[in-house]
Design a protein around this ligand. Structure first.
Ligand SMILES: C[S@@+](CC[C@H](N)C(=O)[O-])C[C@H]1O[C@@H](n2cnc3c(N)ncnc32)[C@H](O)[C@@H]1O
Length: 285
């Protein structure tokens, strides 16, 4: 691919999704965009690139962006954040809240839904006890309309449930079908899905108690990461928490957050004191 074409895609991706495409990953352009060009009836990738230089259809730009996204995900990905959620974070929030029994959780960049559904399974586990009488809302959002449409079905393949989902949760929360597994409605209905680009204004989303933004910002450059984290901080309750992906770091000088538990990707506000202790034995500690 010509350098000028690479630059066109790099700028397009940066502007529309925040993704920072490095020259080392430019090889992805050919393999991921050639099928898009074919679908849109262009004889070659170069012909589609030419069209993108003019005033392209919004839908074509969206297809290009979606094709370049990495949607890899899994139920209970890395496990530790979900164990922390159950054993440390939710008990802490319940302890601090007193009478205000209301919880809003956002999974930003949720891909095909495994992350918010994992959160929902943790919530279901605690609903008869710790969270009895609590009103819980989980919002799953992603830039990709295709991923959100898939998430809404609550249907997963054998391969998808085999990645990370403990057998006890598979048995408790899914029904087997001819071509995979359907999530039970009591878990599915806890999550509401919407297409949302985290570069857009978050004003209409309201305030959350927990924000999961795992394995999304890792593809952004440092400045963009800090900008998004600051916006998310504005939409997080003062006693709220954030989870990033395993190994994701933050520039503490340029965000209102600090890392509380690296292995879980757990962030809290930099100006707050935390004394977090597990209420039950953490299985992965
Ligand atoms: C690697 S997946 C991570 C999924 C899940 N959070 C996890 O950790 O398993 C990254 C997701 O972020 C989404 N994404 C990337 N840029 C985005 C943006 N600007 N706004 C919303 N979602 C975005 C992608 O579409 C993709 O589904």
């Amino acid at each position: 691919m010509k350098i000028s074409d690479f630059e066109l895609y790099r700028d397009l991706l940066q502007r529309h999704s925040g993704l920072s495409l490095t020259a080392e990953r430019s090889y992805l352009l050919d393999s991921r965009l050639t099928p898009v060009a074919r679908r849109w009836g262009y004889p070659t990738l170069e012909a589609m690139t030419l069209a993108l230089r003019g005033v392209p259809e919004t839908r074509l730009v969206e297809d290009v962006i979606e094709a370049m996204m990495t949607n890899d995900t899994a139920f209970f990905r890395d496990m530790r954040p979900f164990v922390m959620l159950r054993d440390v974070i939710l008990p802490e929030i319940v302890r601090k809240r007193g009478r205000k029994r209301n919880l809003r959780i956002w999974s930003a960049g949720c891909s095909s839904g495994q992350e918010p559904f994992s959160i929902a399974m943790v919530i279901r586990e605690l609903q008869p006890t710790l969270l009895k009488g609590w009103r819980i809302e989980i919002l799953g959002t992603d830039l990709s309309g295709q991923m959100i449409a898939k998430a809404k079905t609550g249907h997963f393949t054998q391969f998808e449930v085999q990645r990370g989902l403990p057998v006890k949760d598979l048995i408790s929360h899914f029904d087997e079908t001819d071509d995979g597994w359907n999530l039970h409605d009591d878990v599915r209905n806890l999550v509401h899905f919407e297409v949302f680009n985290i570069l857009d204004t978050m004003d209409d989303l309201g305030l959350f108690d927990l924000i999961f933004c795992r394995n999304v910002l890792t593809y952004f450059d440092a400045k963009m990461r800090s900008t998004i984290l600051s916006s998310m901080a504005d939409h997080l309750a003062d006693d709220g928490f954030m989870f990033l992906g395993d190994g994701e770091r933050i520039d503490e000088a340029n965000t209102p957050f600090r890392m509380i538990d690296e292995r879980a990707g757990l962030l809290g506000f930099a100006d707050q004191e935390y004394n977090l202790t597990p209420q039950t034995q953490m299985a992965t500690s």
